[in-house]
Design a protein around this ligand. Structure first.
Ligand code: TEU
Length: 581
């Protein structure tokens, strides 16, 4: 039977009120608030250490800078902090090119600083989550130096060496194969030239990686975010594929992501490292289809949850990842992407996130240029804190951070940004078109220094120091100090939402149900058959069906008092109702 929007929501609400579906929720997910794990109830705050707080005037953030702000992080309800890599690294990809898995890069501090951070965080009930970058090392890692020195050294088989390259394109551009003169062979790198891929087929490699992870467990870390994990298994045959760009290459992602047999490696990883510890694991798993999620996350899966990129990759769903060639998408596509992640994780668990260190700022990413950015930040915050899963907040997101307005490519540091720009120019785009794409998509949008106050350098580093990446000029009006004092700030709204989430157990454990699936403006869903969230994702007014207003109690409204007619949901307004009076 085909139902109209309002008859469908009406049917759902009636069923809910009569309690017809009452048992479905916990039977499916087998979760109640009491048996949720600590990481399902808390918020994870992500820190990009290079840009968080510099305590020694080097222009680069450091570990003591994180320790200094633990109370701030705690005030956001965080039970864990995921810190992007701070291992020794030449820094070609800001730490995602690791040259020693069991050390601390001196620019971030010492092992004693790290131990202090763990202790101080623990005393505030916050756990520290490490980022494991196990698909590749830096080309300066001693394993690679040895492996590349000859064809017959002890680590000759620790990386992926071939006599002939294929036409695969690395994720940061160019061929995924680089010639090595000392071996007279090519090595494979999914990412930059300086990030050679490890050979997971070799049991010695796997053991060395698992030992490194266990080292951090012995230090008392509370979990792992596992980087780029879908790329560790390569396909049986190395062959050329149909090119997808003017360079005659084909994205390596299409060829190697989630190759058959990968789960054997991952299950071994789980057995050797994760099992038996009170930690959580989140795999960065670009390229896992939703029907395979059950193998990847949850009680029968490898990780507790995975990051998949349905939502953040919306503009790239159709035409590869060229920033100058994004596809148009609609609010319905946005809703469908969120919904498919929520549905896919129905029986397991998922992270809820709109930002991380690889993405532009969410208020720019998901809303038109002319949208009111504060309203946009509020509706995103409502979704972040009311969708089912663990909310991940990326530093600055809680302040309503916005993209940079830089007009010169030289201001950007990120290697993937530089590549996208050069490729666009070669592909015939004008400098202006390429810069527009860069400003919109660059990973540096997320990586500018944290905006603590309105003084020079935004309080990130000394006023006379040059920060490693320029501060976003918005710091004068978007910064933690001024938002702290303003009761209507995004920061205080985040805190309000966190306590709201904690006071309403349905938001933690309650089943998610999509409402108004075909509405082209309103994203509506229920949680635990008790709470209804309605978010107008458009910038113009929308009409809420009568059923939302009957026998419901308004709990929260981002635009309270702006409309005399309760049916009218203003552009970028979000409301939360409780069913029953
Ligand atoms: O990113 C892995 C990666 O493949 C991303 O390009 C991902 O597919 C994309 O963001 C999906 O939207 C990780 C790190 O997060 C990134 O910072 C590193 O540069 C990269 O690995 C290499 O280690």
């Amino acid at each position: 039977m085909i139902m109209t929007h309002s008859s469908r929501i009406f049917a759902i609400i009636v069923a809910i009120i009569l309690g017809f579906c009452a048992d479905i929720a916990f039977a499916e997910g087998n979760m109640s608030e009491t048996n949720l794990k600590w990481w399902q109830k808390s918020i994870v705050y992500q820190i990009y250490p290079k840009s968080f707080q510099d305590t020694n005037n080097t222009g680069t953030g450091d570990l003591p800078g994180i320790t200094q702000h633990l109370d701030y992080v705690k005030s956001l309800g965080a039970g864990a902090i995921w810190i992007s890599p701070f291992y020794p690294s030449p820094g070609v990809d800001n730490g995602y090119d690791v040259s020693d898995y069991v050390g601390i890069d001196p620019k971030y501090g010492t092992m004693a600083d790290f131990e202090k951070l763990i202790r101080e965080a623990k005393s505030r009930d916050i756990r520290i989550v490490m980022d494991l970058v196990f698909n590749h090392t830096s080309n300066q890692h001693e394993w690679f130096l040895e492996s590349s020195s000859s064809r017959d050294n002890a680590k000759a088989d620790w990386y992926i060496w071939r006599d002939e390259p294929t036409n695969w394109r690395a994720i940061f551009g160019g061929s995924a194969w680089t010639w090595c003169e000392s071996r007279k062979q090519y090595y494979l790198h999914t990412f930059a030239v300086e990030q050679p891929d490890l050979n997971w087929e070799n049991p010695e490699v796997r053991k060395a990686l698992f030992d490194a992870a266990n080292f951090w467990l012995s230090k008392g870390v509370g979990g792992f975010r596992i980087d780029a994990i879908t790329y560790i298994k390569k396909p049986g045959k190395f062959q050329n594929f149909e090119p997808d760009g003017i360079d005659g290459l084909r994205s390596i992602h299409d060829i190697t992501a989630n190759s058959p047999g990968i789960l054997d490696f991952l299950r071994e990883f789980k057995r050797e490292v994760f099992d038996g510890h009170d930690i959580f694991t989140v795999g960065e798993a670009n390229g896992v289809p939703s029907d395979e999620l059950k193998y990847w996350s949850g009680s029968d899966g490898v990780f507790d949850m995975i990051f998949e990129f349905n939502v953040t990759r919306l503009p790239f769903a159709k035409h590869g990842e060229f920033w100058c060639k994004p596809s148009d998408w609609t609010i319905l596509d946005f809703k469908n992407a969120i919904n498919s992640t929520q549905q896919g994780a129905r029986k397991t668990w998922c992270p809820v996130f709109f930002e991380n260190h690889d993405e532009p700022r969410s208020v720019n990413h998901f809303f038109p240029k002319n949208a009111d950015q504060k309203k946009a930040a509020r509706v995103l915050a409502v979704m972040l804190m009311t969708l089912r899963g663990t909310p991940f907040v990326f530093q600055g997101e809680e302040l309503g951070a916005i993209n940079v307005d830089w007009d010169n490519i030289e201001m950007f540091d990120d290697l993937s940004t530089r590549w996208q720009y050069d490729f666009a120019i070669q592909d015939g785009f004008s400098r202006e078109e390429a810069m527009n794409a860069v400003r919109f998509f660059s990973r540096d949008n997320a990586r500018t220094p944290m905006q603590w106050n309105s003084k020079a350098n935004a309080g990130f580093t000394g006023e006379n120091v040059k920060p490693w990446l320029p501060v976003n000029s918005s710091y004068k009006f978007i910064n933690a100090e001024s938002e702290e004092k303003d009761p209507d700030s995004i920061l205080n709204f985040y805190r309000e939402l966190v306590s709201f989430r904690n006071q309403n157990p349905e938001l933690l454990s309650g089943e998610y149900e999509l409402l108004l699936p075909n509405d082209e403006k309103i994203f509506a869903y229920s949680r635990g058959q008790k709470i209804i969230i309605a978010v107008n994702l458009s910038t113009s007014d929308a009409e809420l069906p009568e059923e939302f207003l009957t026998n419901t109690q308004l709990l929260l409204d981002t635009e309270s008092g702006t409309s005399m007619d309760p049916r009218l949901l203003r552009g970028l307004e979000a409301r939360i109702y409780r069913l029953g009076m």
